[in-house]
Structure formats: C-alpha cells, structure tokens
Design a protein around this ligand. Structure first.
Ligand SMILES: NC(=O)c1ccc[n+]([C@@H]2O[C@H](COP(=O)([O-])OP(=O)(O)OC[C@H]3O[C@@H](n4cnc5c(N)ncnc54)[C@H](OP(=O)(O)O)[C@@H]3O)[C@@H](O)[C@H]2O)c1
Length: 330
C-alpha cells in the first residue's frame, strides 16, 4: 500500500511499440513506490510532445521496457517524498520533465527530485504541463548552444508550435530581436502576440525571397531542418549559428555557404544535457516563471481516453498553436 491509500491507478499503457491504437487506458496499473531521492506526483495534466510519439513507435534512441506509460512532461501536486528529498513537501504544486520513473499519462508518477520544479500560483496545471520539454529545449538551443547575446537577430523557423512559442517568449525576455514563421493566419497572429518583431508564413512561396532581402540572422532555430536547412545557410550573418531542433528526413545543403561566413550548424538534444546544464536550464526557466514571461499557450486539452488522439494530432497538425495536453484527473 502507498501513501495514497491504494496500490493501483489509472494510466495509459503501451504493451507493444506501434501506432496510437497501442495506447490503452488500464485501471490496475501499480502506483510506483518512491525512492529516497524521488518525489511522488499526483498528475493532473500530462504534456504531449512529438518525442512521445517517436518513442511509442519504437523509432527513437530511447526504447523503454514494455509495457510502459508515455509522457515526459506533466504537472500536479506532490503526494509524497523520499527520505532524502529536501526541496519539496506534500501539497507543493510542481511540474516535471524528463525524470519520471513511469510516464505522466498516469494518475501518479515518480520523478527524481532534480527533475521536479516548483509551479508558481500564477500558472495553471494545464500551463505547467506545457513547460518542460518546450521551454528547456528552447532555452538550451538559444543559450547553451547558440550562445545568443542581447540585441542579436534570431529567426525561429517554426515559431507557432510549443518549442517555437517558448523560444519567442525567452528571446524577447532576453533582449533578442525575434523573427518567427508559422503556416497559418492564427499561428502568425499568435507568434506576433507573443512579441515577435516580425512574422512570415512558411507555406507562402515568396517568404524565403522576402527573408533573403532583409537583414541576416545571427541565430536560426530550425524546427524542420529536412525542409529548411539549405535555405537557412543563405540567411545567416557572419559567424551565424543555426541550431537544428527538429528534422524529419534528409536534406541537401551547400557546405561552401558556411565557409566564407564562418557560420555553423549544430544540433540540440535535451536528452543529452549534463547535470550542470540541467541546473542552468532549471534556473533560467524557473526565473522566467517568477518574472512572468514563461506563459505556455495551450491549444487543446484531451481526456486520458483521447491521449492517442493527442499523439496523432501533434504529428499531423494542420497548423500549430502551442501545446497539446491531456487531462489525467481532476
Ligand atoms: N532536439 C530536441 O531536443 C527537441 C526537443 C523538443 C522538440 N524537438 C523537435 O522539434 C520540433 C518542434 O517541436 P514542437 O514541440 O514545437 O512541435 P509542434 O508544436 O508540433 O510545432 C511544430 C512547428 O513546426 C512548424 N512547421 C511546419 N512546417 C514548417 C516548415 N515548412 N518550416 C518551418 N516550420 C514548420 C509548425 O508551424 P505550422 O504548424 O504553423 O505550419 C510548428 O511551428 C519537432 O520535430 C520535435 O520533435 C526536438
């Protein structure tokens, strides 16, 4: 028996890698027990990210033992803490990312204390579930990889999704000039409302010509490198840095474009951040929550039974407008 007063819970289980039909809600999943340095979280909302779908399909570098519960991100309250936990106590509002023993599409999840973060009262649990991967990735790309400096020009190629909007907010809060792209009118409006200095529609033919005519970029955050990397190389200023965040295929580039400008292309993978880098990411994002510029935009909330639809929609989006999340329990 756990501190919760029961030993089983509702959770999504994946028993075989494959399509969304592999995601089934089961009612008798064991509630995880808390390790010494772990926090047991009562999950209200689970955040959905593209990586969750790659893992479910079995095509990602991480292949959990089956059966498993998907979901890296989530928000809720602390239910119990391990003996050696110092930062949290039962009842605290928290969000978690990348540290849970079982995924967040479950009534309870257990996370390492280092991957549990305070959720300020000014944010809802729904917003809290949208912080993790999107904000930590955007922060890592801008500062740990691109080393962006105040006043630099940044192109966010794909700014209407969860990572893109986080990058717009982080960039504006740190004095960067932000140009963002989106593929729909609603997406463009959202990116502009988040504070972007200019927006372009990446589904319009002439947008690249318009970007090429303007001032070059010191930093480019690229969400779909297999489509855009070749073009990005023509948009960088001397010593410009393009950071590949997302890519779904291969692409041909002209490497000569990098030589004269001494510009560079670098990948980012949140998964590989070191413990020290995590401390820095945590400090940056938690500071942003306190300061009020971390404001996740949630486009749609799904029920636990609809978690498979959320996985489908995040990959087959016709126009992103922020995060997709799943309500696990009231
Ligand atoms: N490397 C890492 O550590 C890491 C971490 C997190 C995410 N990612 C990856 O980063 C990507 C974005 O993640 P997300 O959570 O923001 O996904 P998302 O919410 O689904 O957003 C996808 C974004 O890509 C944009 N997009 C679509 N077509 C585009 C095009 N031709 N050119 C430029 N952008 C285009 C979308 O714009 P419209 O819908 O408006 O067209 C939207 O802004 C995904 O591939 C994800 O797997 C990587």
């Amino acid at each position: 028996m756990t501190s919760v007063g029961r030993s089983i819970m509702r959770a999504v289980l994946v028993r075989q890698f494959g399509g969304v039909e592999q995601m089934k809600v089961e009612n008798d999943v064991p509630i995880p027990s808390v390790g010494d340095k772990q926090v047991l979280i009562r999950v209200f909302i689970s955040g959905v990210n593209p990586v969750d779908t790659y893992i479910r399909e079995g095509v990602f570098v991480v292949r959990p033992d089956l059966p498993y519960t998907p979901g890296y991100d989530g928000a809720g309250v602390v239910e119990a803490v391990g003996k050696r936990v110092t930062q949290f106590k039962p009842g605290d509002r928290v969000f978690t990312s990348h540290g849970t023993q079982i995924g967040t599409l479950a009534e309870f999840t257990c996370a390492d204390e280092t991957r549990v973060f305070p959720l300020d009262d000014k944010l809802t649990f729904t917003q809290g579930a949208g912080i993790g991967i999107p904000y930590f990735t955007a922060y890592r790309a801008l500062f740990q990889k691109a080393h962006a400096k105040k006043g630099e020009r940044v192109l966010i190629h794909g700014a209407s999704g969860a990572v893109g909007l986080a990058a717009v907010q982080i960039g504006k809060a740190h004095g960067l000039c932000i140009v963002g792209t989106a593929g729909t009118k609603e997406g463009l409006e959202l990116v502009k409302n988040m504070g972007a200095d200019a927006v372009f529609n990446h589904r319009e033919k002439q947008y690249m010509a318009q970007l090429e005519q303007g001032e070059k970029f010191d930093v480019i955050l690229e969400m779909l490198a297999n489509v855009n990397l070749g073009k990005d190389l023509t948009l960088m200023s001397p010593r410009g840095r393009t950071i590949v965040i997302g890519s779904r295929g291969t692409v041909t580039i002209d490497p000569r474009l990098l030589m004269g400008l001494e510009s560079s292309v670098m990948g980012v993978a949140l998964l590989t951040a070191t413990p020290d880098e995590w401390k820095d990411l945590t400090a940056g994002v938690v500071e942003g929550i306190k300061a009020g510029w971390v404001k996740p935009i949630v486009d749609k909330v799904y029920t636990l039974e609809e978690a498979g639809n959320a996985h489908h929609d995040i990959i087959n989006s016709k126009g992103a407008k922020g995060n997709l999340v799943v309500k696990v329990q009231d």
